[in-house]
Design a protein around this ligand. Sequence first.
Ligand code: SF4
Length: 267
Amino acid sequence: MSSLEYGPSDLGAYGEPRIEGQASAGAGPMNTLERVAQLVRTCTDCPLGRGRTNAVPGEGNPQAEVMFIGEGPGYQEDRQGRPFVGPAGKLLEGLLASIGSHRDDVFIANMVKCRPPENRDPSSAEMAACTKYLDRQIELVNPKLIVTLGRFAFGRYFPGEGITKARGILREKDGRKIFPVLHPAAVLRREELRPTMIEDFRAISEILEGGIEDSGMEPVVTTPEAPQPAQLSFVAAPGPAAIMVAQAETSTVNVEEAPRPEQLTLF
Ligand code: SF4
């Protein structure tokens, strides 16, 4: 059996692939975020554990109202053991600042906690093996809003749908509010997406203040008097629903499938 093929007897308590001789997180309770992080740092439940320098459990405010979920660690994240510390992380921090927030205010995690080789996409088996940690982090933080960054995190909740059409539309799944946005790395690759990303972040503030309700598949209502991003805050209400969330681009191209510049580590 190859490293990516698992039979029923190889599945652990959470349905994750179990690799012989390795401890599963199911062996111990994950009662705190720190305990989850400890287990992640020693986890070898999927092949990604073999190639990492550091696992990247995730970090942030344990009582955050907003939890961001990305795809997986990149080069810088693998070296530092922290999420979103490369170029995409800098962009994320700038977007948070544009709405009066900071990365310490939110919780940031990824679908997989160890870097896929050469920043390749994580496999379904790897995401399945790792989901027990993210599941528990979500339970422990219990955020008011989950913001998915990019198509893999969006696919966790709405498999088979395209992020290009879904982004910027508040949804609900399993009792949680889900707001999909593009991955910052996609914005770095395609500068023309930056205004869309900025508007989606402005919508995050509005959602938290109750100005935007779950709209299912419908686009969010727009008004012409949107405040400037610097006026917005996770705490201070920006006023009546003065936000414009652009509907998805008409292009059917999946922006995250664009070629990746080799000189940048974007995740
Ligand atoms: S990616 Fe997740 S499941 Fe795989 S070794 Fe790392 S922590 Fe464990």
